[in-house]
Design a protein around this ligand. Structure first.
Ligand code: AHG
Ligand code: MN
Ligand code: MN
Length: 327
């Protein structure tokens, strides 16, 4: 059984980056433990607060955020931190080599129903051309990520990570507090006709895209018709797709002109795009490849279509051909 740091060493990951990953993994062990207490712990339910995105913060959003921030501030190799739960970037260690962004608790609405939840993270090299405290530290292209990963707190706890080339899956041994390799060099399974989408949003999508999705589920031969799974937590939906194949879609919609998409580019779309592409899938917005996009606002949102190359490209064609949601 191979440990996380051994696999990363075999991938020629620099020791300082392995140490940052170990710090995040250790926090996630603690989050997994808190999650596991359920109603017998202090973690369920909402707080009185809202985050910068106007979402009510759950207790576990704050617990996970505070654990990660405190550990990464103390770790020493992280210059700047950004979190879904914090409006601004904050300095951890001046002059340190890396910057880290995370969604401390993805799928918050699943916390109180014992559904899938997770933590998503990404690491870039710090920039010397902007101040350490500036959110511009994160204004980089997705292709500049040097590490991306997530931890899924499901019936068992899974870490999936890539430091640029291969994608590996690890499983938490809760007794030892260590992640052991469970799938090395994951390879995307092409041809799985399964998709994840919040279909309740269908009527707010561009008409040609609606028609494309309806065509996937219209009565037809069992071998070509798609089935659907939706966890409501990107971390769970993307993990299933990375494991079995399929398609994840969260397009922009026409309800809110100022905010046509939901998912966040920096700490949701970027890391998932890196992992899916490294395994052999692809990840697009309606404008093009997610990893080719650059961040220009810390909590910027983006449409996401990722997974099977063929099915993504069919969606991408339907979306690009569609009249824009905002006329
Ligand atoms: P978060 O809990 O971090 O705010 O993220 C929730 C996101 C994402 O995980 C999921 O795919 C999506 O929101 C679910 O959206 P709907 O509520 O529209 O289904
Ligand atoms: Mn999220
Ligand atoms: Mn979150």
């Amino acid at each position: 059984m191979t440990l996380l740091n051994e696999v990363l060493t075999q991938d020629n990951t620099p020791q300082a980056l392995i140490d940052v990953v170990a710090c995040i993994a250790n926090c996630c062990c603690q989050i997994a433990e808190q999650v596991g207490h359920g109603a017998l712990g202090e973690t369920l339910g909402a707080t009185e607060a809202e985050n910068v995105q106007g979402e009510v913060q759950k207790k576990l959003d704050i617990i996970a955020n505070d654990l990660l921030v405190a550990a990464l501030v103390a770790q020493g190799s992280v210059r700047t931190i950004a979190s879904e739960e914090e409006e601004h970037a904050r300095v951890a260690t001046h002059g340190a080599p890396y910057i880290v962004a995370f969604d401390p608790l993805d799928g918050s609405s699943n916390i109180d129903v014992n559904g899938q939840i997770g933590t998503i993270f990404t690491v870039f090299n710090a920039r010397d051309d902007v101040p350490d405290h500036s959110e511009e530290q994160f204004f980089q292209a997705g292709s500049k990520q040097i590490c991306a990963g997530y931890v899924l707190y499901g019936p068992y706890t899974t870490l999936v990570i890539s430091t640029g080339t291969a994608v590996h899956e690890f499983t938490l041994n809760k007794m030892r507090g260590e992640f052991y390799a469970s799938k090395l060099a994951m390879v995307f399974h092409a041809g799985m006709r399964e998709f994840s989408a919040n279909m309740a949003n269908l009527f707010y999508w561009p008409k040609k895209f609606q028609n494309h999705i309806l065509g996937m589920i219209a009565p037809q031969s069992a071998s070509t018709r798609f089935t659907m799974r939706w966890q409501g937590a990107m971390v769970g939906d993307v993990h299933r797709i990375l494991t079995r194949g399929g398609l994840f879609i969260y397009p922009g919609d026409s309800r809110d002109i100022k905010q046509p998409a939901k998912l966040r580019l920096l700490y949701e779309a970027f890391p998932m795009a890196l992992l899916i592409e490294a395994a052999g899938g692809c990840a697009y917005t309606e404008q093009g490849r997610i990893l080719a996009a650059s961040l220009n606002e810390l909590h910027q949102r983006t449409p996401v279509i990722l997974g099977d190359k063929t099915f993504v490209s069919e969606c991408f064609t339907a979306l690009s051909a569609a009249e824009k949601c905002i006329a």
